[in-house]
Design a protein around this ligand. Structure first.
Ligand code: SAH
Ligand code: F3S
Length: 462
C-alpha cells in the first residue's frame, strides 16, 4: 500500500523537487518504485512553461484515472507548476485526482499520503481530494533532503525559489512565486553532507541564480551575494566541480565573469538564455539587455576562459516576430556558436503579458524557424565536438552508461557527455579520457594512462 512512483516533467528544478519528495517519503517508510505498474500511488510533478507539457500531464492523469476506476485504493497526485497554474479548475477536468499540491507544498506530501493510507487501514475516513496551493514562508528551505545512503556523483542543490522578473512570455513567476533565497550556511551544509556521501559535483539551481541574495545579503568589495556563495562552495574540501543554472544576462556582471578565472572548481560552462537576438523582440519580451550586451558578456567570458562552453534558450515565433527580427536571432546564434541550445516554439500562456499580444505566427512558420536554428546547432556542435577528437579530457565518471556492457558515462569540464569503457571502481573519479569519436551530442573515448603516476594507473587498469 505504500509503493510510490513519481513522474517528473520539465526542468532540473522539477527533478530536484521530485528527488526531495522521494527522500522525504522514504524517510516516512514509503518505497519509491521505478515503474508505474507496481505503484499504489502515482505522483506527477508537472511543468507549465509550454502548453505541450501541460497536455502531456493531463493526458497521463486521464489514463491513470482508468486504473483508479478498477482499483479505488489507487492514489493519483498532481504536484508542481501545472497544479499551481491551473489550481482547482483542474479538478473539473480531472475529477479523479486525490492530491493537488502547489510548488510551495512539496514537503507536505508525506503527511497527505499518510491520511489516505490510514483510511485504507480503516483508521479514519478516506479524505476527499486534498488541495494545497497556498504560499508558505520558509518553503524554500524544504527542498533540502537527499536520499540517505545513495551515492550521487553529481547532485542538484536548490539555492532559491521563484523569480522577480517579468518576461512577458513566462508563467514561472506565477507558478513559483516571488524570489526567496536559502541561507548560505544551509546550502553549504547540504553540500558538505552530499560530499561526505560521495558527491563530487554540484549544480546550483534557481530560476535566476545570479539574483541570489539580492537586497538581503550585502555586496562585499564589489562581489555579489551569488559570487560570495560560489566562493564558499568552492572552498568545500573534496568537492571537485561546481556548475549552476540558470543565470540571467542582466545580472551577469564582472564579478561573475571573473569568477571563472579564479574559482578553480567552477567549470567552464554557462547556460545563458538569450531568447532572441533582436533588440525589438527583447523589448517586447521584457528582457532587459540588448544583442550587443549579450555578445559582450560572451566575449568577456571567452577572454577569461577561452574554451568555455555555452548553451542557451531561444524562443521562435514570439508574437509579431518578423522575418528581419528572426534573422537577427539567426545571425547572432550563428555568430556565437553555442555548444548546446534549447529552442522553443512560442506557446501562449494565459495570464501572461504576451498572451495579450495574440499568437500570430503560424505553426508551420514557427517550425521552419525552429529547423533553421536546429540545423545551425547540429552543425556547430558536431564541429566543436569533432575538434576534441585526439584530445585528452578530464572526465568525472558518474556511473554506468545506458547502453553497452562495461561502458560508463561521465562529463568533461564543458559538460559534454563522454562514454568510455571503465571499471565501477572509477565511478566518482576524474579520469583522463582520450577522445576517439564525436557525434552531435556525445563524445566517446578510452581511458588514457599516459601522464598518470603508477599507483593511479594500477587503479585504472582494474
Ligand atoms: N529562468 C528560467 C527560465 C525558465 S523557463 C531558467 O532558465 O532557469 C525555461 C525556458 O523556457 C525559457 O528560458 C524560455 O526559453 C522557455 N519558455 C518560457 N516560456 C515560454 C513560452 N511561453 N513559450 C515557449 N518557450 C518558453
Ligand atoms: Fe521566466 Fe524570465 Fe524569470 S524566463 S523564470 S520570468 S527570468
Amino acid at each position: 500500500m505504500n509503493r510510490v512512483y513519481i513522474k517528473t516533467y520539465g526542468c532540473q528544478m522539477n527533478e530536484r523537487d521530485s528527488e526531495a519528495v522521494a527522500a522525504q517519503l522514504r524517510g516516512r517508510g514509503y518505497t519509491i518504485v521505478a515503474d508505474e505498474q507496481s505503484a499504489d500511488v502515482v505522483l506527477l510533478n508537472t511543468c507549465a512553461v509550454r502548453d505541450q507539457a501541460e497536455q502531456k500531464a493531463i493526458g497521463k492523469t486521464g489514463h491513470l484515472a482508468k486504473r483508479k476506476r478498477k482499483d479505488p485504493n489507487f492514489i493519483i497526485g498532481v504536484m508542481g507548476c501545472m497544479a499551481q497554474n491551473r489550481g482547482e479548475d483542474l479538478l473539473e477536468r480531472l475529477p479523479d485526482l486525490d492530491l493537488l499540491v502547489g510548488t510551495q507544498k512539496f514537503h507536505r506530501v508525506p503527511e497527505m499520503l499518510d491520511r489516505f493510507i490510514a483510511s485504507q487501514k480503516g483508521i479514519g475516513p478516506r479524505p476527499s481530494t486534498i488541495v494545497d496551493l497556498g504560499e508558505e514562508s520558509g518553503s524554500e528551505e524544504t527542498i533540502r533532503e537527499h536520499t540517505e545512503g545513495e551515492r550521487k556523483v553529481s547532485s542538484f542543490v536548490s539555492i532559491m525559489q521563484g523569480c522577480n522578473m517579468h518576461c512577458t512570455f513566462c508563467i514561472v513567476p506565477k507558478t513559483r512565486g516571488a524570489e526567496r533565497y536559502r541561507s548560505m550556511d544551509s546550502i553549504c551544509e547540504e553540500i558538505e553532507e552530499l560530499v561526505a556521501a560521495g558527491t563530487r559535483e554540484v549544480t546550483l539551481l534557481g530560476q535566476i541564480v545570479n539574483s541570489y541574495g539580492m537586497r538581503q545579503i550585502p555586496y562585499r568589495s564589489g562581489i555579489s551575494p551569488f559570487v560570495q556563495l560560489l566562493e564558499r562552495v568552492n572552498a568545500i574540501p573534496e568537492l571537485e566541480r561546481i556548475r549552476f543554472t540558470s543565470p540571467h544576462p542582466r545580472g551577469f556582471q564582472k564579478d561573475l565573469v571573473e569568477a571563472y578565472g579564479r574559482l578553480e572548481k567552477l567549470m567552464p560552462y554557462v547556460h545563458l538564455p538569450l531568447q532572441s537576438g533582436s533588440d525589438e523582440m527583447l523589448k517586447r519580451m521584457r528582457r532587459p539587455y540588448s544583442r550587443r550586451r549579450f555578445s559582450e558578456i560572451v566575449s568577456q567570458l571567452r577572454e577569461v576562459c577561452p574554451d568555455i562552453c555555452l548553451s542557451t534558450d531561444i524562443i521562435v515565433g514570439f508574437p509579431g516576430e518578423t522575418h528581419e527580427e528572426f534573422e537577427d536571432t539567426r545571425s547572432l546564434f550563428e555568430e556565437i556558436r553555442f555548444d548546446m541550445a534549447f529552442i522553443f516554439k512560442y506557446s501562449e500562456r494565459s495570464g501572461t503579458k504576451a498572451a495579450e499580444m495574440g499568437d500570430d505566427i503560424p505553426a508551420e512558420e514557427k517550425e521552419s524557424r525552429n529547423q533553421v536554428l536546429l540545423e545551425i546547432l547540429g552543425r556547430t556542435s558536431l564541429e566543436k565536438n569533432s575538434a576534441l577528437v585526439g584530445s585528452v579530457q578530464k572526465v568525472l565518471l558518474e556511473g554506468p552508461a545506458r547502453k553497452g556492457e562495461g561502458m560508463f558515462m561521465g562529463r568533461n569540464p564543458g559538460n559534454r557527455k563522454v562514454i568510455v569503457p571503465a571499471s565501477p571502481r572509477l565511478v566518482g573519479e576524474i579520469v583522463p579520457v582520450r577522445i576517439t569519436k564525436a557525434t552531435v551530442t556525445t563524445l566517446s573515448g578510452e581511458l588514457c594512462l599516459t601522464g598518470i603516476d603508477e599507483s593511479e594507473s594500477a587503479v585504472l587498469s582494474h
